[in-house]
Design a protein around this ligand. Structure first.
Ligand code: NAP
Length: 307
């Protein structure tokens, strides 16, 4: 199937272009980006123009930051194209709902992707937790914003989520692997004095059986990133590391894979299936937790941040 990639920036170049290139399902037939392009692929700077010129391209994958992405998604759906959204699926919950309703109305597929759910050991972690009695779960997501979002000011502008941009990846795994839903009960958000989004955060969650569930996010980690979920149950301990790439149960490594490697190829394989069978895949539970943190979270002023 022919696909167009919109917003040729960091994640498009790092992950989407290679994943499409190695996929048997897709041909990258156009890009839409004001500045970026992909060598050998017809490049547009305007989405409406591409949609008009290329009726053969039935699928559009949007890699823009969340705030500008909504108008692009709306335009593509109204032009009856199937749409794949980077995470988070929107800047607000209402926006996402509107896109889902629009996709239903225009009978196109819409896929709100959560790349971290595709990490190698996430299914095994989910299977292990399925019949366990949870006592304690702690998410620690610490990384260096200067490494992962170099000079991307949008992450610190309203709607850019700040440290919840990576934090929502952890929440996408949490909401995938836990058999019982949790809800946020308190949060502390650290906003640099000169920025509109938090650079660090802690959150606590209520679990139906009373387990102690918490999240710690930090964007000023100087060393190697730490993307870890540790769980203690009545029946044993689980440690999910490398953002879902490595799983250890009761001190024994179950398996270990290289970070992001398989995530985007799996997303594109799923998009191909979704387009073939039709329908909407939009789970908003990770974004709902982030919205709750912004609703209920206590705001603390942190030192100013500059790149
Ligand atoms: P980015 O490089 O800053 O932005 C991607 C591209 O979007 C830009 O190069 C720009 O292309 C276009 N764009 C930016 N602002 C725009 C605007 N206001 N209007 C129209 N186009 C605009 O961001 P990214 O790191 O790739 O992240 C994009 C999405 O992927 C985010 O939702 C992020 O959470 C997700 N993601 C990022 C990473 C990562 O490691 N960075 C990992 C996983 C997922 P032009 O200037 O050429 O138009």
């Amino acid at each position: 199937m022919e696909i167009a990639l919109v917003g040729i920036g960091k994640i498009a170049v790092d992950q989407h272009v290679p994943a499409i290139a190695q996929s048997p399902d897709w041909d990258l037939s156009a890009t839409v980006s004001r500045n970026g392009s992909v060598s050998g692929v017809p490049a547009y700077t305007d989405l409406d123009r591409m949609l008009e010129d290329r009726p053969d391209i039935r699928v559009v994958s949007l890699c823009l930051p969340p705030v500008p992405r909504f108008e692009y998604a709306k335009a593509a759906i109204k032009a009856r194209r199937h749409v794949m959204l980077e995470k988070p699926p929107g800047a607000t919950l209402s926006e996402c709902q509107e896109l889902a309703e629009l996709a239903e109305k225009h009978r196109v597929s819409l896929y709100a992707t959560w790349h971290s759910r595709q990490a190698d050991m996430v299914p095994a972690a989910k299977a292990w937790l399925a019949d366990k009695d949870l006592r304690y779960l702690k998410i620690t997501w610490r990384e260096n914003v200067r490494q992962w979002h170099p000079n991307q000011d949008w992450v610190f502008e309203a709607g850019g989520l700040g440290v919840f941009d990576p934090g929502i990846n952890a929440l996408s795994i949490l909401t995938e692997i836990l058999p019982d839903p949790v809800h946020l009960t308190s949060a502390e958000l650290h906003f640099p004095g000169n920025r509109e989004t938090p650079i660090a955060a802690t959150c606590r969650f209520s679990h139906p059986a009373g387990a102690d569930v918490s999240l710690e996010l930090d964007w000023l980690e100087p060393g190697e990133p730490k993307w870890t979920i540790e769980a203690e149950t009545e029946q044993g301990r689980m440690l999910l590391e490398n953002g879902g790439g490595k799983l250890t149960i009761d001190g024994r490594i179950v398996d270990e894979h290289d970070g992001l490697a398989g995530e985007y190829p799996r997303l594109y394989a799923q998009m191909a299936q979704l387009v073939r069978r039709g329908g909407i895949d939009m789970d908003l539970s990770p974004l709902r937790h982030v919205a709750d943190a912004f609703l209920l979270g206590k705001r603390v002023t942190a030192p100013a941040f500059d790149w």
